[in-house]
Design a binder for this molecule. Structure first.
Ligand code: ZN
Length: 76
């Protein structure tokens, strides 16, 4: 890991219910190679000024990380 990475853990339970269920369901597991399998044991944190939710895939138990994009404007 490069130096200078700041990881700040936030309280996942402080999120509104709608956001909690969204982040628990809208996931990507790189091992299963499947979206939306869901995660358990979620952790909310900020790293390099980006916000992430990590947790364990409900299928394989591998950790899955979702970046939270708060700006909904898509420029694709
Ligand atoms: Zn998985």
């Amino acid at each position: 890991m490069p130096k200078g990475i700041m990881k700040t853990i936030l309280d996942f339970n402080s999120l509104p219910e709608s956001e909690k269920s969204y982040f628990l369901e809208e996931t990507w597991c790189g091992k299963c190679n499947e979206p939306d399998l869901g995660i358990v044991e979620p952790e909310l944190y900020i790293e390099n000024e980006r916000k992430y939710v990590s947790g364990k895939c409900t299928v394989c138990g591998e950790s899955a990380i979702s970046e939270i994009i708060e700006n909904e404007i898509k420029e694709e």
